[in-house]
Ligand binder design. Sequence first.
Ligand SMILES: *[C@@H]1O[C@H](CO)[C@@H](O)[C@H](O)[C@H]1NC(C)=O
Ligand SMILES: *[C@@H]1O[C@H](CO)[C@@H](O)[C@H](O)[C@H]1NC(C)=O
Ligand SMILES: *[C@@H]1O[C@H](CO)[C@@H](O)[C@H](O)[C@H]1NC(C)=O
Length: 339
Amino acid sequence: MKWFSNVVTLVALVAPSEAALRFGCSTVTLQRLDPVVEPGQVPSAHLHQVVGGNAFNATMTGDIGEQGTCTTCVFSEDFSNYWTAVLFFKHQNGSYKRVPIMENDALPAGINGGMTIYYTQQDFNSNGNQHITAFKPGFRMTVGSPTQGADGLTKHKGLRFTCLDNKDTRFPEVSDFPTKPCKGGLMTEHHFPACWDGKNLDSPDHQSHMYDTQPTGFTPGAACPSTHPVRMPQLAYETLWDTTQFNSIWPTDGSNPLVFSFGDVEGHGYGTHADYMFGWKGDALQRAMNSSCMFTACENGKPLKSQSVTEMNKCAAKNVVNEKIDGWLDALPGHPKGT
Ligand SMILES: *[C@@H]1O[C@H](CO)[C@@H](O)[C@H](O)[C@H]1NC(C)=O
Ligand SMILES: *[C@@H]1O[C@H](CO)[C@@H](O)[C@H](O)[C@H]1NC(C)=O
Ligand SMILES: *[C@@H]1O[C@H](CO)[C@@H](O)[C@H](O)[C@H]1NC(C)=O
């Protein structure tokens, strides 16, 4: 499937009538906060890397699009928050260091860390002919879970890892951490389900109000079932981790040194997960889903307002937890030593 990234480039050039959003957001904060799974808890159990609106905090209710003063995303009406666990490298001497996040080559240069966010309609090549209903104020969901085992990744075909030769490598996608150091770093992919029950903005497990019919990432989903009949945007995150600076101290005994911030004791990355809190202003996301724009052609008011990389990078959320997360650490933030 090496042709994939070429196909994407071609489509962007020759098919301007097809709609999809792909855009960069720089890091808005790295903190132990989780307003979806552990609302009100300061600090939360594990460290997250977060992009989007600067209202991000332990508790978030109501219309997020009306909260905060700036966003780290290209689209300046998007005050949503998007987050995942943070990747750490475990030294053979027992210390941990946070793996820095690097920017995606497919995006404008200079974005500070962050993620690439997608809202596609059918797949990478077409918007299909279905009406896509935008998420509503107050909507939130998660995909994956820190407690899931290997069966979780068999079920969730949208949770994947790519060992990068360079920043443009996209295949193969694998379902656990690579077993050797990667020349160009590691990419994590999180594809969310896109069929909504039409009623609940959230559910007790933050997942059962949604249903996944996508066979694998960026492919057309089967029809939504009657229990979850409303087709919503196909949301996906890509995060590029700069593991290369650890390649010279990679263990030679075959053990895996990568560990997610939630502990991830099995060391396979099975617990990979992501969270989403909708926060587009007004009807901006619905306007985009109704339009025929593709990727950067949706910027500059056609139909979405956009901002420069400098403005994106200037936006930050308040640090309410204040703990050391960088340099060599004795333990993962929030975890007892040696775990
Ligand atoms: C963040 O949330 C905590 C707990 O809900 C609250 O005490 C604090 O005032 C909030 N901080 C900001 C900057 O809003
Ligand atoms: C492990 O190695 C790193 C890098 O050399 C060093 O900074 C850190 O202090 C070491 N940790 C322990 C527990 O020796
Ligand atoms: C989007 O399209 C639907 C169906 O055609 C229409 O009812 C709705 O008003 C449109 N919304 C916006 C914001 O353009």
